[in-house]
Structure formats: C-alpha cells, structure tokens
Design a protein around this ligand. Structure first.
Ligand SMILES: [Zn+2]
Length: 414
C-alpha cells in the first residue's frame, strides 16, 4: 500500500484533481471579500486534509516495508512473535494520523516493539512537537495554546496534551547554551526572583538567573531553596565559558542571599548593585523626610540619585552625613542615616562613576524584562501550579524568553 508505479497514478492524485475542480467552481462564484475568505478557508482545510492523507500513506508505506526486519530481536537476536496489528495515532502538523503496525514481542527477553516506532516513538512527530511547545509556551495558558493550534495550524490538539508535552520537555536536562562567550569578552550575569502561585504552598519565589555576552543570552529559573539554586550560578557561568571570558560582572539588587551566593559561587565576578534599586532606597528616604505627596521629595530624590550615579556611594555618604546635621526633626535625621548605612554597606558595589567610565553596566534591565516574561506565562489570572511542575515549565519559558528563534526548533539537516 502507498506505493504507485508510473502506469497507474496514485489515487491521491485523483482526489487532488477533483478537489481542484471544486475549488475552480467555487472561485467562479466569488463575489467580494467574504467569498474570497470562504475560498481561502477551503483551500487551507482541503489542502491540509489531502496532505494529511498523503503523509499517512507515506508513513504507512515506510512501516509496512520495514515490518519483517523487526522480527529479529535487537536485544537478544532471537525471533520475536507477531502479536497482531495495532493502531497508533501520531500527531503531525497536518493533523493526527492513524498508523498500523505489527506488535512484536520477544519470547526470550523483555523486548517489545510496535512497527510504528520506526517513524515516531512519541505521540507527536519532532516537527509537531516543536510547534506544540511553541503554542504551549508562547500562549498565556495551555487552553489558549489549544486555540492557537486550531487557528494557526488548523489542527486540534487537546490542551492537556500540550501541557504534558511542555512539562515532559521541561523536565529534560537543559540543552547546552547555543553560544558561549568569546575569548576575552564580557560576561554579564544577574539574578532575581518572581512569585508564583502554587497549589500546595500558595505564593513561592521562583529564582531566576540570566547571563549575557556579545553572542547571546542564556537563562534558567527554579522553584527551590537558596542552597540548591546558588551552586547553579557557578555551573552556568562555567558552561558559558567564564574561564576564558574577559570581564565578568554580576548585577543584582544585593539581597542578602544573592550577596552570599555571588561571593561564594562567582569569585571571578565583580558584583554591581542595580542602580535603579539603589535609587528606590533614595526615594524612600526622600518620602520620609518630605512626605510622599510633597514636590520637594521628588526633587531631593532626583538630585541625590543623580549624585549617586555620578560620584558613587562612598562620596555621596560623606555628603549626606554632613547634611543630616541640618535636619531638626530626629525622624528625618534617622531616615537619611538609614540611607547612609545602606549605601555604605554596598559602597564597593555602587562605585557608579567609575563603572560608567569603564563601561560596566549599572542596571539589570535585561533581567527585569526576563522576569516579566516569566511572570506573564507563570502567573496568568487564576493560574496555580503544582509545585513540582514549576521549574520544568519555567525553564521552557526561559528558553523562549532568551532565544525565541531557536528555543524549540529541532535542527533539520539540509
Ligand atoms: Zn529478545
């Protein structure tokens, strides 16, 4: 079946010819845009259905011709028994195919195989698997992914099948980064957290890291304790080639756990405090001194932040301490002294004037956008995740967020 000779044309050619005839009849009646829409729809759905049955024939032909060669057991070399013909469905980008294959069973060892395995071992072809992943990750939810498959591909894929496919892929070890840092070039890292709603424990922190260099961006994210997450920073930096990188810089909000993790796991990295985060601390002090509604709060905070950016924390703290003497109210003095204490603690990471002269990044805008993308997919309205699925799905989103063109494309040999 499925093969044809030059003498007798394949029946599918007849089907195709009849279909073109009806299309031409439809085209002859076209009167306006709406009719063109109907024609386009017919062309798309009809063409897909013909390609679907052609693909089914082609694959069935491959299965049938390779059937007997599977009788010999690949594990023990024995003669496997024919256990009857079984049908299996294979999801493709033309729709689901029904394929029939002999079920082989070895009497001497546990070897079992359906002949259909020759063309596909899982429920989707590799090409369709990539498209399903794309639909599951790029949509706001799995049921929206189902709608996307229906409308963009013209194929029905159940939202539960999309969910399972995504999670199965997410559980696999991460593929190596497509690009590593070039000899002597900068490697810039960052990490942050975003909250995800879990069924078991409500809101929990998803920890994310992101590294970039001239040739690419790479990120990972996990729902786990600091002790498990921190060593990953080192592993990823090594995978990305920190050993031969030039300058290594890590930008963060300097949360206590991040401070510790960077000091321990990334000794080669210069730790920089995210400038915008530092400026928020300045703004909070301004609100304490002037009141949040007062226009002077904004003026003061802008002026202090600008100096922080120009001179760095160490010089700014000297100025601020002298300034506190002019505040009559003790509460105001305390607010500014608290700010001084914070700036002083991280002064070496806030040498912003120098960083800018050396063209070292002082904010982690890329990380912020990365976390927003994680948030968009991981915390849609009413969305709750089983705790053990969060990291799997988050890592798929990381692939999509950092390298959308290559995230889910199985390389095809030219
Ligand atoms: Zn065997």
């Amino acid at each position: 079946m499925g093969t044809s000779t030059d003498a007798e044309p394949d029946p599918i050619v007849g089907t195709f010819a009849r279909w073109i005839k009806t299309l031409k009849e439809t085209a002859a009646r076209v009167d306006g845009e709406h009719d063109v829409q109907v024609l386009e729809q017919e062309l798309r759905d009809g063409g897909r259905a013909i390609l679907q049955s052609l693909f089914e024939q082609l694959l069935q032909g491959i299965i049938d011709s390779g059937q007997e060669s599977l009788r010999t057991c690949p594990d023990c070399g024995g003669r496997r028994c024919h256990q009857g013909v079984r049908e299996r469905r294979l999801g493709t980008c033309f729709g689901s195919l029904a394929l029939k294959g002999i079920y082989w069973k070895c009497p001497d060892c546990p070897s079992r195989q359906n002949s259909v395995d020759q063309v596909g071992q899982e429920e989707f072809t590799l090409l369709m698997k990539d498209l399903v992943l794309l639909a599951g990750v790029s949509s706001t939810s799995f049921d929206k992914g189902q709608v996307v498959c229906r409308h963009l591909l013209g194929v029905d894929v159940d939202d539960e099948a999309i969910r399972l496919r995504c999670l199965r892929e997410g559980y696999k070890p991460r593929p190596l980064p497509a690009k590593i840092v070039e000899q002597g070039h900068d490697l810039i890292g960052s990490c942050d957290g975003t909250m995800v709603n879990t069924r078991e424990d409500r809101w929990r922190e998803l920890k994310a890291m992101r590294f970039e260099h001239e040739k690419g961006v790479y990120g990972e994210a996990y729902l786990e304790k600091t002790g498990s997450f921190s060593p990953r920073l080192k592993q990823v930096a090594e995978k990305l080639g920190q050993a031969h990188a030039g300058r290594c810089v890590f930008v963060s909000d300097c949360a206590v756990w991040i401070d510790k993790a960077v000091a321990k796991q990334l000794p080669k990295f210069r730790h920089v405090a995210d400038y915008f985060h530092a400026a928020q601390h300045v703004h909070r002090a301004a609100e304490e001194v002037y009141g949040s509604e007062h226009p002077d709060a904004g003026k003061w905070s802008r002026s202090i932040s600008r100096r922080l950016r120009e001179y760095g924390a160490a010089r700014l703290v000297d100025k601020l301490r002298r300034l506190t003497l002019y505040y009559a109210d003790l509460k105001h003095q305390r607010a500014v002294l608290d700010l001084c204490r914070y700036l002083n603690k991280h002064a070496s990471k806030m040498d912003y004037g120098r960083f800018q002269r050396e063209q070292i990044p002082i904010d982690s805008g890329g990380m912020e956008s990365f976390c927003k993308q994680l948030g968009l997919r991981m915390k849609g309205p009413g969305m709750r995740w089983s705790k053990h699925n969060v990291s799997a799905m988050a890592n798929l989103v990381c692939r999509w967020a950092t390298d959308p063109h290559h995230a889910f494309t199985t390389p095809v040999a030219a």
